[in-house]
Design a protein around this ligand. Structure first.
Ligand code: IMP
Length: 429
């Protein structure tokens, strides 16, 4: 058994990682987030009760698990405190002893959210972001204008930085985007209060995880978004602003991952995408609508309808190559039950030539025609199947096809939203 598992999405996010993290978290001492922010939406269904988390690691529903938010995560304190409140109301106790927030995390503050929304309201250059301020916060991190959690506890320096930032941000907001400016006084008053409320959660997360690894504790790393949304390796510029690859797990927490760490990539049995950007296998017809309804494909963060399409194995194979994944968890196989023939994309036709990978210029993907292999579907209800031997033959073929095409091994098949709806082919933890 490995000491650690890193879970990442292999498509455009929304693969069902929350459910897989929650499943594996029963065997983990710590669950750690290393990138992204509250643009993520991880849906967990335990005993029929649905919980959607955006920032706090999905392990929080397992009372023994400590939940870490590493420095690679951008943190909106409004959202953090709101989730803490929801969890408290749901009867989850001792949150201050279970949630550790890195003092090096960059804060998403009000002007980041206003800038994100203002940019998205312009027609040209729209990315279809979640408008949570993710991009502007990561921009400030890179340009060294960011406010970090630790800055909240040095009021003079905080005020100084804020003054400089507001001069620039308010100019942009008012003069360029024509929206309201942010007031220095109300900002300071708000963040003084936030500093007090966050304090019990703030820790040196890098030191904590370093020690835990040394003590042989089991760590589960929880990725957000997916490889095709990675800022470098995704379908740029229609991506998020963080690194979503498993190698980010070490950087985003400030400690090496254990030697025997297993990387598990989560793939949905078909494809979905929210926001703008190329999507070669998208189904813009009644069948796409049917997939959306049967798979409840509406964004957990924004409620937007997800674009739906056939499984794109060219995209998946590329994502596996750049991320170094060898093991797969596949979700929502149950949604495909009852469809007589299933298509999977095994290449793209681009101006008469075959493309077998995702090009750097992702606009090319708007001009390709997918080359499909057709596989027979299955009719069986998967919800009660727990034993790998009971997987219907045509689903077994579908899984084998994915394994052979991508050079991976499928460890787990998820067959429904509930925690128990899992066929665990090869136990990870
Ligand atoms: P941002 O991360 O809010 O800046 O959005 C950039 C792109 O990533 C948009 O297309 C979003 O819809 C997409 N995105 C961000 N987070 C998620 C996620 O958790 N699941 C799916 N798509 C996401």
């Amino acid at each position: 058994m490995p000491q650690a598992v890193v879970i990442i999405g292999v498509q455009w996010g929304d693969e069902g990682k929350g459910k897989i993290v929650d499943y594996y978290a029963s065997g983990a001492d710590m669950v750690a987030r290393f990138q992204g922010g509250n643009n993520a939406g991880h849906t967990l269904v335990v005993d029929g009760k649905k919980t959607i988390l955006h920032l706090i690691p999905s392990g929080i529903l397992h009372p023994h698990a400590k939940c870490l938010i590493g420095s690679g995560v951008v943190v909106d304190p409004d959202n953090f405190l709101h989730e803490v409140d929801l969890l408290r109301k749901a009867g989850i106790q001792n949150l201050e002893d279970r949630i550790y927030l890195s003092d090096r995390c960059h804060l998403i503050v009000d002007y980041h959210k206003h800038l994100d929304a203002a940019r998205e309201s312009k027609k040209a250059g729209k990315i279809g972001t979640t408008k949570r301020g993710i991009g502007p916060a990561y921009e400030d991190r890179a340009s060294r204008r960011g406010l970090r959690v630790a800055d909240l506890y040095n009021e003079t320096a905080f005020e100084e930085k804020l003054k400089e930032n507001l001069a620039e941000k308010n100019f942009l907001l008012q003069e360029y985007y024509g929206v309201e400016a942010v007031s220095m006084e109300s900002f300071m008053a708000k963040y003084r209060e936030i500093a007090k409320k966050l304090k019990p959660f703030v820790r040196d997360v890098s030191a904590i995880i370093f020690q835990a690894i040394d003590d042989n504790k089991k760590i589960l790393y929880e990725g957000a978004q997916g490889v095709l949304l990675d800022v470098d390796y995704g379908t740029y510029p229609y991506v998020t602003s963080s690194q979503t690859l498993p190698s980010q797990a070490a950087l985003g927490l400030g400690a090496r991952v254990p030697k025997d760490t297993l990387f598990v990539g989560v793939i949905k049995a078909y494809s979905t995408r929210v926001g703008e950007g190329p999507f070669p296998t998208e189904l813009k017809d009644a069948f796409g609508d049917q997939l959306r309804e049967s798979g409840s494909e509406y964004g957990a963060t924004t409620g937007r309808p997800r674009r739906c399409g056939w499984l794109d194995l060219v995209a998946v194979k590329y994502a596996i190559q750049v991320s170094g994944i060898k093991n797969i968890a596949i979700t929502k196989a149950d949604v495909l039950s009852g469809i007589s023939e299933l298509k999977v994309c095994i290449g793209y036709d681009y101006q008469g030539k075959r493309l077998n990978t995702i090009p750097a210029d992702s606009s090319i993907l708007n001009q390709v025609t997918p080359i499909y292999e057709t596989l027979p579907g299955w009719n069986e209800d998967l919800s009660k199947i727990r034993n790998p031997q009971d997987i219907p033959k045509n689903l077994q073929n579908y899984l084998k096809f994915i394994e052979n095409f991508t050079g991976t091994h499928i460890n787990l098949v998820s067959t429904g939203a509930g925690r128990e709806a899992v066929i665990d082919i090869q136990k990870a933890f």
